[in-house]
Design a protein around this ligand. Structure first.
Ligand SMILES: Cc1cc2nc3c(=O)[nH]c(=O)nc-3n(C[C@H](O)[C@H](O)[C@H](O)COP(=O)(O)OP(=O)(O)OC[C@H]3O[C@@H](n4cnc5c(N)ncnc54)[C@H](O)[C@@H]3O)c2cc1C
Length: 457
């Protein structure tokens, strides 16, 4: 009989898996090597998270994440809203009234640390979870092909199953995963968090971020977050030595100042930085497949299985979705950990893998466009991706809007727009004389690099 489960890693996947499994009656040991969050949310910027450095970068939480919270962890959802997270309604384009039969569709931007802080609060209140904070997982203990425990610093925690939620650098996965694939995202992140001062209105979400794609040579956005915080992020090619200066505070601020769309919030007196400029390099799309030969009871979820380009904002949703699927499989296959492992493998292959392939394709196309700009070549002619075209045309046809948003929010499969209905609706919009609007273009690559050069002088 399965009664004790050890969860390795206390990021989004681990915290939510611990909550869901404890609520099903399992005894859960949650092991996380970083220290606990501060008691007061107001001190959240002081929380050190070296185990998950992406926590310091801006995070968008898509519809899949928000819907799973509402349906499966509704107390966490309510607590997030009670602690300064604001949802953005996506049922209709901005400024357009939603049709009466519109589906419930919302997401939010938030400091990732705020979301984890709320998850930690729920874990602390939850009976059946022992939290081991500041403790490193070393190894999975296996006897006769079955998991019997989790080796941590100087001790073994007895367990019938180990949930590996230790993220993309999992030290456990290597022994138990078969096929492994990796493809560079083709970007390096530079971001900084700010707080709005006085009565300055918040930036709208989903109108800003302003995203400079399509041949501009770099990407950038301003993201509204919780509690009147917001983040500015730039993404550049890894080999771009000129924009590598974005890691310097002065150069970053000069670049941000060169984006007219950011001005209302970055103007002196309207906001103040609450963190330094933070880089993140080495970003890759990664895919790992749980080996059929893995010991019974080794159950990987979240970034251990798959990571995708952060620009696409999908990883946290997959982390929560993996925890939910694991809980459902445990429920459905009570006691049969072999069936749970097989179910997780099928889930990852059928529902997550297509998004890995989508990210690899997206990144290859974007990298080609960015390189052409940075190297001063003519960018190759490229049609707007179907997902982008459908979202834009959705401003004319609300059914197209809905279909595009379902896909963008991971509530429909990557190929869900490849249908006769979508082609017919797109044809109708295009034949009416409508043309896709030019998205907020922001500075050109040359204007941005000029702004950096001027900052030096
Ligand atoms: C720059 C950047 C920006 C991103 N932006 C977004 C976004 O906007 N939206 C979005 O949905 N996703 C985003 N992501 C992806 C998202 O952050 C990840 O997909 C998500 O963190 C995965 O959660 P996880 O719980 O699987 O792993 P993690 O969050 O990495 O958590 C793993 C945990 O395991 C702990 N750990 C590791 N090893 C051990 C060990 N040996 N012993 C004990 N504990 C251990 C770590 O300390 C950590 O707490 C972004 C990623 C990056 C890199």
């Amino acid at each position: 009989m399965v009664s004790r489960i050890a969860v390795a890693g206390g990021g989004i996947a681990g915290l939510s898996a611990a909550l869901l499994l404890a609520r099903q009656g399992y005894e859960v040991d949650l092991v996380e090597r970083d220290g606990p969050p501060p008691d007061d949310l107001g001190d959240i910027q002081t929380w050190q998270r070296p185990g998950a450095p992406q926590v310091r970068h801006p995070h968008m939480f898509l519809g899949l994440f928000r819907n799973l919270l509402c349906t499966r962890l509704s107390d966490v959802h309510a607590d997030l809203l009670a602690h300064g997270v604001e949802e953005v309604d996506m049922t209709a384009p901005p400024g357009v009234a939603a049709p009466p039969d519109a589906i419930d569709l919302a997401g939010f931007g938030s400091r990732r640390a705020t979301v984890e802080w709320v998850l930690h609060r729920a874990v602390r209140k939850q009976a059946g979870i022992r939290v081991h904070q500041g403790v490193s997982v070393r190894d999975v203990v296996v006897e006769g092909g079955r998991v019997t425990g989790l080796r941590v610093d100087g001790a073994v925690i007895d367990a019938d199953a180990v949930v590996d939620a230790t993220g993309r650098r999992s030290a456990l996965a290597g022994a138990f995963t078969g096929a492994e694939e990796e493809s560079p995202c083709g970007n390096v992140y530079h971001s900084r968090l700010y707080r709005l001062l006085a009565d300055v209105p918040q930036p709208p979400m989903f109108l800003v971020p302003v995203v400079f794609a399509g041949g501009a040579g770099f990407g950038g956005g301003l993201y509204a977050h919780d509690n009147r915080t917001f983040a500015v992020v730039f993404a550049r090619l890894p080999e771009d030595d000129v924009l590598a200066r974005l890691r310097e505070v002065g150069a970053f601020e000069a670049a941000a100042g060169a984006v007219p769309q950011f001005e209302p919030w970055l103007r002196a007196g309207n906001s103040e930085p609450i963190a330094t400029v933070t880089p993140m390099a080495g970003l890759t799309n990664t895919w790992r497949e749980l080996s059929p030969a893995a010991p019974v009871g080794y159950l990987p979820i979240g970034d251990v299985l798959c990571t995708t380009d952060p620009v696409l904002g999908r990883g946290a949703s997959f982390a929560l979705a993996g925890a939910v699927r694991l809980a459902d499989l445990m429920d459905r296959n009570a006691g049969d950990l072999e069936a749970v492992g097989a179910g997780l493998r099928a889930y990852a292959r059928d529902e997550v893998r297509p998004w890995y392939d989508d990210a690899v394709r997206d990144n290859a196309q974007r990298t080609e466009l960015w390189r052409a700009t940075v190297e001063g070549r003519r960018a190759p002619e490229a049609d707007l991706p179907l997902a982008v075209l459908a979202a834009l045309a959705g401003m004319q046809d609300l059914r197209l809007w809905e279909l595009a948003q379902l896909r963008a929010n991971l509530l429909a499969a990557p190929d869900s727009l490849d249908t006769p209905e979508v082609s017919k609706r797109l044809d109708a919009v295009l034949s009416s004389g409508w043309e896709p609007p030019v998205l907020s273009p922001g500075p050109t690559y040359t204007e941005l690099t000029d702004a950096l050069a001027a900052q030096t002088g």
